[in-house]
Design a protein around this ligand. Structure first.
Ligand code: ADP
Length: 390
């Protein structure tokens, strides 16, 4: 075991001075999320988002200082912005979380949401927000989000995608967008755009291979910023790519966003493993209607002979959906073209709209919009529910 300790790391970081205040980064409470594992060290340096670029030398210096310690194998320091330095005029719905000073008081999961109050205002100009969720990663949630969003745009709707999968943001790649969002006033970000879809993602702000250490309040403020500090303009529907899973973090997120409804993506195996049921329960807890379930990778169609192989038993999703009282929104086969096009940033719905698999997404989009528009007509905007933590 190496001899590196948290105390020795903090001692080393005390030698790093923030240029403006001329105080060290530890005293200023800028260090958070320290993790030490077998000589590998990670931590976050919280900075004012406006100072982000200027703080790069400080980040490097902090990494070097820790690297110089005996027993340290690797160091990863990331700059994080807890919150834009001000409350960006969001109509008073959710009080801005206090800027973080509480270094050392690690966020303890979901109770931190109390700070922002329970009730979330709708996002002005956005008529409906729909989450796309899955019980675990790798089931095609992001691919479904992208193609569903494009299918909705084909219907003539104004569509946005909020990539809330902050642990593995893939919307920039899937929508073929690179570069960084601009902010004319330093407070509100302009979303990026491609194929007529507006998109905001942590992936634009942090390099894809940068490991990020997220603490509870940071997750929440990142989500709030992407939701409210972005110039979404008028949207008929904002599709949210949720982080995979149905744990506390996901529950908190589901609660933070005023969702009109949720779509659950599942593979046939996961349906057997009851993952879809977990997703349904999560949204029920926060009182968000589940619009239905999409079965992804439902079968394999041989590209040579067209033979359909049902590697996992067919029809399981539909039966499970029926059992749970959820609508079965449709199935999408396992297909190389779907994988290649989405991974290359030319999703099948735009690159080959007449392909049967693209039509499968379009049909799902139509059904989702039918249900969402009925809800809009019936009750107007939903408020996110207030959750009482016991
Ligand atoms: P998740 O968001 O659930 O982690 P992704 O959407 O990133 O999953 O998909 C994981 C991988 O599987 C990606 O490479 C994607 O292109 C591929 N994929 C998703 N759906 C399909 C499908 N129906 N057929 C073939 N490949 C798919």
């Amino acid at each position: 075991m190496s001899g590196v300790t948290e105390a020795s790391i903090f001692a080393a970081l005390k030698g790093i001075v923030e240029p403006k205040s001329q105080q060290d980064v530890v005293t200023l409470g800028m260090i958070s999320g320290l993790i030490v594992k077998d000589g590998n060290v990670g931590f976050a340096i919280e900075v004012d988002p406006k100072e982000g670029a200027a703080m790069e030398p400080l980040r490097k210096a902090a990494e070097q200082a820790v690297h110089a310690l005996d027993g340290v194998i690797s160091v990863t320091a990331v700059l994080t912005a807890e919150r834009a330095g001000q409350n960006a005029g969001q109509g008073g719905g959710g009080a801005a979380p206090a800027p973080n000073q509480a270094q050392g008081s690690q966020a303890q999961g979901s109770q931190a949401q109390g700070q922002a109050g329970g009730q979330r205002a709708m996002v002005p100009g956005v008529r409906a927000i729909v989450a796309v969720a899955s019980g675990k990663g790798g089931v095609g949630k992001s691919t479904t989000t992208t193609n569903l969003a494009l299918g909705l745009a084909q219907l003539g709707l104004k569509v946005g995608v909020l990539d809330a999968d902050i642990y593995g943001p893939s919307q920039p790649r899937m929508l073929g967008i690179s570069g960084r969002p601009t902010s004319p006033d330093g407070k509100i970000l302009n979303p990026m755009e491609n194929y007529g879809i507006k998109c905001m993602s942590m992936g634009f702000l942090v390099a894809e291979d940068t490991p990020m250490i997220w603490r509870g309040p940071m997750v929440q403020s990142a989500l709030q910023q992407m939701l409210r500090d972005v110039e979404w303009g008028e949207l008929d529907i904002l599709v949210v790519d949720m982080p995979p899973g149905t744990g506390d973090a996901q529950l908190t997120m589901a609660q933070q966003v005023p969702l009109t409804g949720a779509v659950i993506v599942s593979t046939p195996q996961d349906i057997a493993l009851l993952d879809a049921r977990k997703g349904l329960n999560m949204f029920r807890k926060v009182d968000v209607p589940v619009l239905g379930i999409v079965e992804n990778m439902s079968m394999f169609v041989c590209p040579n002979c067209g033979h359909e192989s049902h590697i996992f038993s067919h029809g399981g999703a539909k039966r499970e959906a029926d059992k749970l009282g959820m609508e079965f929104l449709g199935e999408v086969p396992l297909d190389i073209e779907i994988r290649e096009t989405s991974d290359e940033g030319r999703p099948i719905v735009v690159s080959n709209p007449d392909a049967p698999h693209a039509k499968a997404y379009s049909a799902i989009a139509q059904r989702v919009w039918d249900k969402v528009s009925t809800q809009i007509d019936a009750g107007g905007a939903r408020q996110a529910p207030k959750i009482v933590m016991q």
